[in-house]
Design a protein around this ligand. Sequence first.
Ligand code: MRU
Length: 360
Amino acid sequence: MTDKKNIMEYETVALDDNETSVVIIDQTLLPGRTQLIHLKTAEEIWDAIYLLKVRGAPAIGVAAAFGIYILAKGIDTQDYAAFYKELVKQKEYLNSSRPTAVNLSWALNRMEEVCRTNEKLPVALIKEKLREEAIAIKEEDIWVCKKIGEYGLDLVKPGDGILTHCNAGQLATSKYGTATAPIYLGQERGYNFHVFADETRPLLQGARLTAYELQSSGVDVTLICDNMSAAVMRNGWINAVFVGCDRVAANGDVANKIGTSVVAAVAKRYNIPFYVCAPTSTIDRNTKTGDDIHIEQRPAEEVTEMWYKERLTPEGVKVFNPAFDVTDHELITAIVTEYGIARAPFAQSLQEIFEKSREM
Ligand code: MRU
């Protein structure tokens, strides 16, 4: 289906009315075409995540949770052991689609846990519990992003220039985005930010998605190429950098879209605060430092052809195409979560955030 509604009116991830498929916007076609696609099989869900039709750490978690619910519905047995075995197989398969964003395994683990803790129930009721859990994961994501927006808004003032990298916007979450949440909440309150969106090579999530959703929301946004961030910072146009992230290690090192660490280093050079917006679901206390984060390597064609299906580079040239990089915690001013703002020393402040989350 192709449609002409404002992009902000769409849900990034949803169930269809009959609950037989996961509905997403094919983000590889944006902004040119808004096409909704229905994912029914495990392969369709896996492909959609791997091919970045749905992308962004929280959104792939929600897509996988809905995906597992749809796949669980199709498991044709009343026997708990057989049901559980098949569910875990599907879960592991979906989890193999992308390695860096921890939200994917976090959401899938929550779904598996629901299955395990309800093992005494009939399989039909376990399926109902899985449905409730998937919907809860999505609803929590909306609440989480809004809270991040509220905390983030305290770090800036009306009229500020804000730079962001990649897309940690509504299209990467269920609503508001993470890095864009302070921008959207500020917009509602008349803050009139001037946002600079890095294009984000090689797949242009900043140019195609962030610039699109901010512009569609009436935010003053200027698109820049990745190699222009130092120039706008040196010009004095940037008061703060907000980025999202795919995994936060226990020491505060952060993996986010490739190029993020360059922006952080340049921000440090110009004394501009660098804020990482992270739901607690993105914090992985089992990963000690950034060195332990598995960085996804993507096909060379993303660099050599992009989507042109025609070579833009010399035949046979070697390509290095990591999807993410690690920003060292020394470059990060603060990590903004739904339970408050963590600052150095991060090992301690992130632990305090977790303690707070357990009290709520
Ligand atoms: O490869 P992508 O497009 O999934 O990368 C997305 C990012 O790096 C985002 O910044 C991150 O997932 C946070 S989304 C709120």
